[in-house]
Design a protein around this ligand. Sequence first.
Ligand SMILES: [Zn+2]
Length: 273
Amino acid sequence: MSILLLSLVVILAAIFSFRYAWWRPAVSSRVPRILMYHMIAPHRRGARFNGLRVPPAQFERQLAWLARNNWTSLTVSELLAAGDAPPQKSVVLTFDDGFADNLEHALPLLKKFNVKATLYLVVDRHERDWSTAKKAHHNSGELKNEAKLADDQVRLLLASGLVELGSHTLTHPNFLKLTEEEKLFELSESKNRLEKLFGVAVQSFAYPFGIYTPEDAKLVERCGYSSAVTTTPGLNLPGAVDRFQLKRVKISGKDNLLAFIMRMRGGRRGWKK
Ligand SMILES: [Zn+2]
């Protein structure tokens, strides 16, 4: 083998290892996996947010893999109700924001594999460009133009018996820019409105953009929620579970099945992500 070929093999092996961190030991399957999704939709050419779009065929492969490997799906509230003794191989699917494709593309597959999910819905989600609340230059309107669930579509999701409803605030604000009073209003008013509108108990909350402080976690509890999810990547290890700061495993639309499996194994795909 020429030196050139050998160096190429070494470089490719290094890239593969960095990307998938295959040497890292798997975390025990007794530790629940909480997965974070946004859209189940085909990628749009040249779009900035394709990482948030898991194509339906890819989502189907992920659910088939979970079924083949005997993972049990629960909602967030079911997981917390199980306390210290959740089923072996517990997996929780969460969907943030309330995109219309959750009904069109995700629900048929959730039904096919009998998988449960928790939907974190923004109450005032139509015609709103919240991506700029995090970064002003994200003003392309890409997510604003993406169709959101109508209330009747949310009812169809809930009627499936597979979906728990959680709150993702009224307006998807950046909590760093709100007063405590404004935060309390977003927290309690969204809970009240969702409960009244859909006739279900809303027990779980998702921080917009995953931006919050430990003080905010106390406000969530004060408003009557029993849990909250963040966008902090990772697993919630026994003895270190904070039910108002739950970590999640981000499922990227840019991941292949191997990347998904690595994320299920250790909470992360590779060395850094
Ligand atoms: Zn969101």
